[in-house]
Design a protein around this ligand. Structure first.
Ligand SMILES: Cc1cc2nc3c(=O)[nH]c(=O)nc-3n(C[C@H](O)[C@H](O)[C@H](O)COP(=O)(O)O)c2cc1C
Length: 493
């Protein structure tokens, strides 16, 4: 059994609740600034996380978990590392463990959402659906407790009867989890229903592990002092706050709530500094503005279509300019260092032919790739096979390939997510800069290529069949200048 090496303490804590779309990095940092002891990220679905790559973002000084479509699914930074809990949506123990292992070095705790009543969650057997499958709950939690280095917790809702609720939480406690959050409402109850402090209290009095009380916003918690009162009313160890913190995260400040204008400004600053997507920033600000959405500022916010426009609406235009300029400069500096490290040739002096192109697999039929086209062209021209040299830059782990054909090097100015893609991209630069066909769908000679590749597949190495002549328009440059300066005819290809 792996012993959890760093233990986050869940006793006597005020906690920012997990909130989809709200609980991203800027909100978590702001809640910490105002005095939250622990911050939960928004629920992230196991399957989505398992597609992600962990990337160290040296520009922002963050760790990003990035989906194949380049979207950042989870962004975190050193400042919150000892206080951030990663909440996942899962219905499978092995997947849950794989996610925990993916993120465990960057977070302080792992939580499983067992309280979300929304259909998108319950349909997949996640969230509150787990409450009616205690065997699965046990499997997921005990697998996590045994397999991850971080403390494991879960967040539940209460069941229709107290007896069933207590029997469930006792079973959950036996899995070895570090704490349990209880949202004191039943699965079908909405936020406007009263929260059951009595049931939370009964749970807190039954279990030995810390119980985190949740569900008190609005009815019980409107200012900082109310958090402690809610804790006492529920006899819980700690309190988790969702809506009251979403409306004004300074609820965590002992000295009392700060004016919303000031809070929103601080929020926007973090959002810009951490390159938060403007739609997410806008959503969170709208939650804070609430009734004031019709105010002049609310209207400006509503109309904003970029981070810059949001900043302008809040008088932070200069801050935006300054911060993005600094970021650009840092990016340029890091790229220059990377280029030095990998010996990237400078366009003017190196003689490398460069173009800003990318390989899009969807633009090619399944059997055809630019690399194949280039190889075949080299064979026809009795040239040595293309040689690919690929480098990966540490900054964002992207790849760039340089292909050498007849002593001339070709490379794209755009970097790719994998070595394979980078090689295809380099081949495109070579083919395109020479006016050669690259096998794309819609190129006229495609069906001819296809037949040819099929023939080659069947008879690799044997004598070549008659090569199809290219239509004239695909031979825009009848001569190409190769590395030696010699001219070669492409006629007949
Ligand atoms: C916008 C929003 C998003 C939420 N997303 C999550 C979530 O991702 N995971 C979760 O366990 N609960 C989620 N919840 C529920 C809250 O964490 C919390 O249980 C509920 O709001 C009751 O607490 P409160 O009275 O302090 O608001 C969300 C609530 C809100 C308002």
């Amino acid at each position: 059994m792996i012993v959890n090496s760093v233990s986050l303490c869940y006793h006597n804590k005020f906690i920012l609740a997990p909130m989809v779309r709200v609980g991203t990095l800027p909100m978590r940092l702001l809640a910490l600034d105002y005095g939250a002891d622990i911050v939960y990220c928004e629920e992230l679905i196991d399957l989505k996380m398992l597609q992600c790559k962990r990337v160290v973002n040296e520009v922002l000084k963050t760790v990003d978990f990035v989906a194949p479509d380049d979207r950042v699914i989870f962004r975190t930074c050193e400042r919150e590392q000892s206080r951030v809990v990663f909440q996942m949506g899962t219905s499978d123990a092995e997947r849950a463990l794989a996610v925990a292992r993916l993120v465990e070095n960057d977070v302080a705790g792992i939580d499983v959402n067992m309280g979300c009543p929304k259909e998108y969650s319950t349909k997949g057997g996640m969230g509150a659906a787990l409450l009616s499958d205690p065997d699965k709950i046990e499997k997921i939690l005990s697998t996590l407790v045994k397999g991850t280095r971080r403390p494991v917790t879960c967040k539940i809702r209460i069941l229709p009867s107290l007896e069933d609720t207590l029997s469930l939480v006792k079973r959950i406690e036996r899995t070895g989890i570090a704490a349990i959050t209880v949202h004191g409402r039943k699965r079908e109850e909405r936020p406007q229903h009263p929260v059951s402090c009595e049931v939370i209290k009964a749970i807190a009095e039954t279990l030995s592990i810390p119980v985190i009380a949740n569900g008190g916003s609005h009815e019980h918690i409107q200012q900082h002092l109310d958090i402690e009162e809610f804790r006492q009313a529920t006899a819980a160890s700690s309190v988790m706050v969702a809506r009251a913190a979403m409306w004004n995260p300074s609820i965590f400040l002992k000295e009392g709530l700060r004016p919303l204008e000031e809070v929103m400004q601080k929020y926007i600053r973090y959002a810009v500094q951490y390159d938060n997507h403007y739609t997410n920033t806008k959503y969170c600000l709208c939650q804070m503005l609430r009734e004031q959405l019709e105010s002049p500022q609310g209207r400006l916010l509503h109309a904003a279509q970029s981070s810059q426009e949001i900043c302008d609406a809040f008088g932070l235009g200069a801050f935006y300019e300054e911060t993005t300029q600094k970021m650009d400069a840092r990016r340029a500096e890091l790229l220059a260092k990377t280029a030095e490290k990998v010996g990237e040739p400078v366009e003017d002096t190196s003689g490398v032919i460069k173009m800003a192109v990318k390989f899009d697999r969807r633009a090619y039929p399944p059997q055809i790739t630019p690399k194949m086209c280039l190889l075949e062209w080299c064979r026809r021209e009795k040239l040595a096979q293309p040689v690919y040299e690929t480098v990966q830059r540490p900054l964002d782990r992207m790849f760039c390939s340089v292909v050498t054909v007849a002593e001339q090097k070709y490379q794209s100015t755009l970097w790719d997510k994998s070595k394979k893609l980078a090689e295809q991209t380099a081949a495109i630069v070579c083919l395109r800069s020479q006016g050669l066909p690259e096998g794309r769908l819609g190129e006229e000679s495609l069906s001819l290529y296809k037949r040819k590749w099929e023939a080659l597949d069947q008879d690799s190495g044997g004598p070549r069949t008659q090569e199809p002549a290219l239509p004239k328009e695909l031979c825009k440059k009848p001569f190409v200048t190769l590395g030696s300066g010699e001219k070669r005819t492409l006629e007949g290809w």
